[in-house]
Design a protein around this ligand. Structure first.
Ligand SMILES: [Zn+2]
Length: 56
């Protein structure tokens, strides 16, 4: 988990983007960094209008 935070700092990744996984591909001598975009939308139960975004 510490490593993931470190890569986020190095790559300057900020919310809602976040590093999901980091793995070393020894065959190709590559470091794979998987980045995801995590947001959750809430809608009004009456009119279905989008209310706000919750960063997770
Ligand atoms: Zn409403």
């Amino acid at each position: 988990m510490k490593d993931i935070r470190l890569y986020e700092q190095i790559l300057e990744i900020e919310r809602p983007w976040q590093v999901e996984r980091v793995s070393l591909n020894k065959e190709r001598k590559e470091l794979e960094v998987e980045i995801t975009f995590k947001v959750r939308f809430w809608a009004c139960p009456e009119c279905q209008e989008r209310m706000h975004i919750l960063w997770i």
